[in-house]
Ligand binder design. Structure first.
Ligand code: AN7
Length: 380
């Protein structure tokens, strides 16, 4: 037999499209290469003919898409001699920063909002040895403080305002195009800071344009000066669709939101850092923004788990909640190829999952008759 080459992470895999040199020490945990799963039951329930895929980013090493950006950001920070990194976070960025800092042997400082971070994420940052600053404020307060303190202390910011983050995250689009053999018609994402939707657009654009022979317009980010474009691999890009939680939806309000609230704590963000880029992505791609209620988000999370066996965290389900609504209404047309990014794993937030689970937990004596009766009562 021929043995497979060991997968060693996305920088090694896409080295020629990322800002690293042969001598760069790669800080990697084998991130990327996540499954693109075709949904089999939900399209039938919707009674619509669509090819609906989920990109299960919860299967990255720390359980979210943040690892794609963090491997690049920490690799470059270490290359530049940094001894410490810092981020504000609704949870996943802190878990990822802590892990990659541990791997690199440097310090991670993480600012998290008091009481509004899912337990799994907190457990990760604590176990991975981050210095955790729990602030009396929300993500947006933390982000402001991070920017300020980085002017006064020797720390490298690893939030998505660090350009290396988006470079790492663009590789998710590469993987999707390679596996589908084309770009999807629609790509749906949950939007918080709007870094990920921007990063995907960079990736799709890079695969669709070639230096000296542009088949598409330039992307929001490079403005026609892409350092990594080679020859075009595909000749189209998807419409990018960004969904927000309705209590935390600055892109729907058309302005920053000061007191964002949502059960999807990962996207409880009122002042998105990639505001201008995201508007350009929407315009260039012909996509749109929309919002989902907390009820819709939780219902989509549950449906995905119950009907497809895929467990994502609430924020991630926002992409599917919005996509299902737009497929139903016909805004996403039948016959389309649709990809929804599931940004984080369901195990990140066990409390919210258990709270909304109505499934039977039946208490029985440790005795055959009662176990048998319970089984016979519950056969569907
Ligand atoms: C599961 O961890 O901002 O629109 O500090 O964890 O790129 O911000 C998390 C964001 C979607 C939104 N889904 O992505 C943080 C943080 C999950 C997330 C988003 C986040 P962006």
């Amino acid at each position: 037999m021929t043995f497979r080459t060991r997968y060693t992470g996305l920088i090694a895999n896409y080295r020629d499209r990322l800002p690293v040199s042969e001598n760069t020490r790669l800080i990697s945990l084998g991130e990327g290469n996540t499954p693109l799963i075709k949904l089999e039951n939900i399209p039938d329930l919707l009674n619509k003919k669509v090819d609906l895929y989920v990109k299960y980013e919860g299967l990255n090493p720390t359980g979210s898409f943040k690892d794609r950006g963090m491997t690049m950001a920490v690799t470059k920070a270490v290359e530049d001699g940094a001894k410490a990194i810092i981020c504000a976070s609704t949870g996943n960025t802190s878990a990822s920063a802590a892990a990659y800092a541990a791997r690199a042997g440097i310090t991670a400082f993480v600012l998290i909002p008091d009481g509004k971070i899912a337990q799994g994420k907190l457990a990760q940052a604590m176990m991975e040895g981050a210095v955790i600053l729990q602030i009396k404020g929300n993500f947006d307060d933390g982000m402001r403080l991070v920017k300020e303190v980085a002017e006064h202390a020797p720390v490298t910011i690893v939030n998505s305002i660090n350009p290396y983050r988006l470079q790492g995250q663009k590789t998710a689009a590469f993987e999707i195009v390679e596996e589908l053999g084309r770009a999807p018609d629609f790509h749906c994402l949950p939007v918080g800071n709007a870094g990920n939707i921007t990063a995907h657009w960079i990736g799709y654009s890079e695969y669709a344009c070639s230096v000296g022979d542009k088949v598409t317009e330039s992307c929001a980010y490079c403005d026609g000066d892409c350092k990594f474009a080679k020859e075009a691999i595909v000749n189209s890009r998807p419409k990018m669709v960004g969904y927000q939680a309705d209590g935390s939806a600055p892109f729907m309000r058309g302005e920053m939101v000061d007191n964002p609230e949502t059960v999807a704590t990962a996207i409880r963000i009122g002042h998105p850092q990639s505001w201008d880029y995201a508007w350009k992505v929407k315009e260039e791609s012909g996509g749109w923004f929309d919002e989902c209620s907390d009820e819709e988000i939780l219902a989509a999370q549950k449906l995905l788990a119950e009907k497809e066996g895929i467990f994502c965290e609430p924020a991630s389900a926002t992409s599917l909640a919005g996509a299902m609504r737009d497929i139903n209404s016909g805004k996403i047309t039948e016959g389309s190829c649709v990809v929804c990014t599931l940004t984080g794993h369901g195990l990140k937030d066990p409390d919210t999952a258990i709270k909304q689970s109505t499934g039977p937990v039946i208490k029985v004596d440790a005795e055959l008759e009662q176990v048998k009766a319970a089984i016979l009562d519950n056969l569907s």
